[in-house]
Design a protein. Structure first.
Length: 266
């Protein structure tokens, strides 16, 4: 199984998970053209994508969605709340009438895309039905299931989140901001409060603390994602996460705002 971020941050998020049999995108917050360019760097194309999983309806997670649905006919899986919120965010009439092209899923109800098991779970963000996604597939080579997960835009964590992050081989997780940079930065106070809230975004420190609290015996690689361009830097995120989390054999790297991250293979 392979996982790689095509883009991760305030301007757009898109992650590729490729199994032995399926090619799946998690979010499409950059243009279809940029997604296709990223896929071509990996020797792939949009015509090979089997599905798009959408975490929530904010623009930096759905920017390319209409094109992927309309021009490429790629099936979309998301929650009822997210599907209902697409028109409100985009004001595009297309999303009023495309309901039959969106496959509605629910948190804690597993489903399959081909041979890949997808486990959606609730996250804590200020949208109508946000989800994280865990993907699993049995690997004949190691004789067990291999699991990867993408979880960003989650303002706080609890035992439920910890449980869904247990037993992973690879994880893309949010390290959005440095608290001091956010407080002293240019954002208006209402936006600072939103980011700091329990339905906002995870700080570097809370990301590191969460990594300490999950069962990570199998965890080979952590990608730090959804960094704020204004309130974080890759160096700051890595330093502050690692001040809390001492990873042992787990590799920790940062997914860039633009372009491919490290290619994670498990």
């Amino acid at each position: 199984m392979m996982m790689v971020s095509l883009s991760s941050g305030s301007k757009g998020n898109c992650t590729l998970v490729r199994t032995d049999t399926e090619t799946i995108l998690i979010d499409c917050g950059i243009t279809a053209k940029k997604i296709d360019e990223g896929l071509k760097e990996l020797g792939l194309s949009l015509s090979e994508v089997d599905a798009v999983l959408v975490t929530h309806e904010h623009a930096d997670h759905i920017r390319g969605l209409k094109r992927l649905m309309n021009s490429y006919g790629i099936p979309v899986y998301t929650s009822y709340g997210t599907a209902s919120g697409l028109y409100g965010v985009t004001k595009d009439e297309y999303f009023r009438y495309c309901g039959d092209r969106i496959r509605l899923i629910s948190a804690d109800t597993d489903f399959y895309i081909g041979n890949t098991l997808v486990r959606p779970f609730r996250i804590y963000h200020d949208t109508m039905g946000p989800l994280g996604f865990r993907l699993e597939q049995e690997q004949a080579v190691c004789g067990r299931d291999v699991a990867v997960c993408v979880m960003t835009d989650c303002g706080h964590y609890d035992d439920y989140i910890r449980e869904n992050l247990t037993g992973l081989d690879a994880l893309l997780i949010e390290a959005n901001h440095d608290p001091e940079m956010l407080m002293e930065g240019p954002y208006p106070m209402f936006l600072k409060r939103r980011i700091f809230s329990d339905s906002g975004h995870a700080s570097n420190y809370s990301c590191g603390q969460l990594l300490c609290e999950i069962d990570s015996d199998r965890l080979k690689h952590v990608l730090l994602g959804h960094l704020s361009e204004t309130n974080n830097t890759p160096q700051t995120a890595l330093q502050e996460v690692l001040s809390e989390y001492h990873p042992g054999l787990t590799r920790v790297t940062v997914a860039p705002q633009n372009g491919l991250s490290d290619i994670v293979r498990v």
